[in-house]
Design a binder for this molecule. Structure first.
Ligand code: PGA
Ligand code: MG
Length: 226
């Protein structure tokens, strides 16, 4: 990686932060659950079920229905989920309004970008390609990239290193308690979006700033960096 001396690295969460992916994730969950003889999950449950990756999504949906499956069947459901999800990954998933304009603005001010998600790396990259923004990120880290998931700070710190950034000149942007806890554990300031997937208001998790639209990101970052 080239020396990014002095530039600010923005590390984005993906689901519920850069992109509204709940429709395709929840449709995939329903496909798997119904095929396995369970019920569909109400769309309004997305906010509380998403955020910890696809395996956790399946486990949480099963638990919600009082169902227990063994580890082998859970593995099979996870594989089925990934295969089906890739076939429809961007059918209904969209970048949130203002994402590309915000990236343009931050880039003009000397910012550069990475992604740190609890999605599996392969579908994360595929989604960002389909949404036309994959090439904007210096590094894309998934749940399996370093073998450890958020809220462990390791994937965030290793993402910063892999992107050629510096934790002292980095800002995490996320939608969940998990992202905020990850950033705090890594000693990186965090801006939360309030339109993503969390069943409790993000303010409760004490991020450094909260924004309601990507048009507010640049000003929030400026205030945060003083
Ligand atoms: O969708 C999920 O469960 C996790 O994805 P995120 O870390 O990008 O929010
Ligand atoms: Mg998220």
């Amino acid at each position: 990686m080239a020396d990014q001396n002095g530039k600010i690295l923005y590390i984005f969460d993906l689901d519920g932060t850069l992109a509204d992916t709940a429709p395709d994730l929840m449709a995939t969950l329903d496909y798997v659950m119904i095929r396995e003889g369970f019920a569909a999950t109400p769309m309004q449950d997305a906010r509380s079920l998403l955020g910890a990756g696809a395996r956790a999504l399946i486990q949480r949906a099963l638990r919600q229905q009082g169902a227990e499956v063994g580890v082998e069947r859970e593995d099979a459901m996870f594989r089925l989920f990934l295969a089906h999800y890739e076939s429809r990954i961007a059918d209904a998933s969209r970048l949130y309004p203002g994402v590309e304009a915000a990236l343009d603005q931050l880039e003009r001010a000397g910012g550069f970008f990475a992604v740190c998600t609890n999605k599996i790396e392969r579908p994360a990259k595929l989604l960002l390609e389909k949404l036309g923004v994959a090439q904007r990120f210096a590094f894309i880290c998934g749940q399996d990239t370093f073998g450890v998931a958020k809220p462990d700070p390791t994937p965030l710190l290793r993402t910063i290193a892999a992107a050629g950034g510096d934790p002292a000149r980095a800002i995490m942007v996320g939608d969940s308690k998990t992202d905020i806890a990850t950033a705090k554990a890594a000693g990186v300031p965090v801006i939360a979006v309030d339109f993503g997937y969390t069943d409790r208001p993000v303010q409760e998790f004490s991020p450094d700033r909260v924004i309601s639209h990507f048009s507010e990101l640049s000003a929030a970052a400026d205030r945060l960096l003083g």
